[in-house]
Design a binder for this molecule. Structure first.
Ligand code: HEC
Length: 172
């Protein structure tokens, strides 16, 4: 009886571990936070129709063909923090076309918000990728929303110079 119980406990622990390994991001809480983040970005005019625009530049994979990166600060749930917003445009457009009509070519918006106390392993960066209609893009499994600490974002951004997970500069 004891052995069966032990086996049961181990199986449960294993299932929990596997579940964690398969879904380290995109939890309901992270999705809700990501929605609040989008709303805060919209209020700050950093996303949405008529968002603040800057000169687009030539991008590289995995970010879009043409990019605009904005750096600012927002307050979310009473926490003030840096936010980096990257608008990804494409696929086959000129810088001028993007500049003239950004809304027509927006493919996705990737965001990093410095959320104090969120995750020491991520240096508190909360990641999210929104499609042009503001819904979440999903992981290669076709279902898990890219919000929170998506493995792809975290793995690649861990290689950014300055060990701050940011490529743009080394201030953080
Ligand atoms: C394979 C590497 C790679 C992956 C995966 C990746 N990025 Fe990036 N990211 C970069 C590089 C390189 C830059 C800087 C160059 C540029 O402007 O594209 C960048 C820039 C950014 C920036 C502007 C701040 C900065 O670091 O310069 C944000 C915001 C961002 N990425 C968000 C994301 C999010 C969210 C994801 C996941 C959905 C993601 N990235 C996945 C490589 C990656």
């Amino acid at each position: 009886m004891k052995k069966i119980l032990m086996a049961g406990v181990m199986l449960l622990a294993l299932t929990a571990l596997l579940a964690r390994a398969q879904m380290p991001f995109g939890s309901v809480a992270e999705q809700e936070y990501g929605r609040a983040l989008w709303n805060a970005l919209q209020s700050a005019n950093l996303v949405g129709e008529n968002h603040i625009m800057a000169w687009p530049y030539e991008g590289n994979a995995p970010h879009g063909d043409k990019l605009v990166t904005l750096e600012s600060e927002i307050t979310l749930n009473g926490q003030r923090g840096t936010v980096l917003v990257k608008h990804n445009y494409g696929p086959d457009v000129t810088l001028e076309q993007v500049s003239n009509d950004p809304g027509a070519y927006l493919v996705a918006t990737t965001v990093m918000f410095k959320r104090e106390g969120y995750s020491a392993a991520n240096q508190d960066w909360f990641f999210a990728k929104y499609l042009a209609d503001a819904t979440y893009d999903v992981a290669p499994d076709g279902a898990t929303p890219l919000v929170g600490s998506p493995t792809g974002c975290v793995t690649c951004h861990s290689n950014a110079p300055g060990e701050d997970m940011v490529f743009l500069n080394n201030k953080y």
